[in-house]
Design a protein around this ligand. Structure first.
Ligand code: FES
Ligand code: FES
Length: 172
């Protein structure tokens, strides 16, 4: 067992070591990016700090609120829990990708028409969670809507209106 002096000096030297970096190619909203990132960088940090894609929000930073939601190969994921270096070869969609042509996506239009937001902090994540749902199930039940949005918290309590927007999209 190392004595405490050895353990402390080992820890100090590892803290002094430069953090490993890696060139990583990302495909975001259909465009290719090459970034030089620390291997510990989260996808959320890379999107916001390196690429200026600030639609994904930093809330809890621990996989509990959904504010950082992006789509990875069509599935909603918490980008605060994903390492950037592990996202090569995956198709990432951020909220910026939904209105890339300058026109709001039908999901976004429905959210606006039903006033399904207040402060807007959770809104990008809610929209992407909803997009993932409607891409795989165009006519979801109320239960499916609730389950699809369950991972995205809204501190303003816009749930009733979010559900109204989703029901309208589902044709009800
Ligand atoms: S910031 Fe990622 S889940 Fe809250
Ligand atoms: S609209 Fe404010 S947190 Fe959802």
């Amino acid at each position: 067992m190392p004595d405490q002096t050895t353990a402390r000096s080992t820890q100090a030297s590892s803290l002094d070591e430069p953090t490993a970096r890696r060139q990583t190619r990302l495909t975001i909203n259909g465009a290719d990016y090459r970034v030089d990132v620390e291997t510990r960088a989260t996808l959320l940090d890379t999107l916001r700090d390196d690429l200026g894609l600030t639609g994904a929000k930093l809330g809890c930073d621990m996989g509990q609120c959904g504010a950082c939601t992006v789509l990875v190969d069509g599935e909603p994921m918490y980008s605060c829990l994903l390492l950037t270096v592990e996202q090569q070869g995956r198709a990432i969609t951020t909220i910026e990708g939904l209105a890339a042509s300058g026109e709001l996506d039908p999901i976004q239009r429905a959210m606006v028409e039903h006033d399904a937001l207040q402060c807007g902090f959770c809104t990008p994540g809610q929209a992407l969670a909803m997009k993932a749902l409607f891409d795989r199930q165009p006519h979801p039940s109320d239960d499916e809507i609730d389950r699809a949005l369950a991972g995205n918290l809204c501190r303003c309590g816009a749930y009733v209106k979010l559900r109204a927007a989703a029901r309208a999209l589902a044709g009800r």
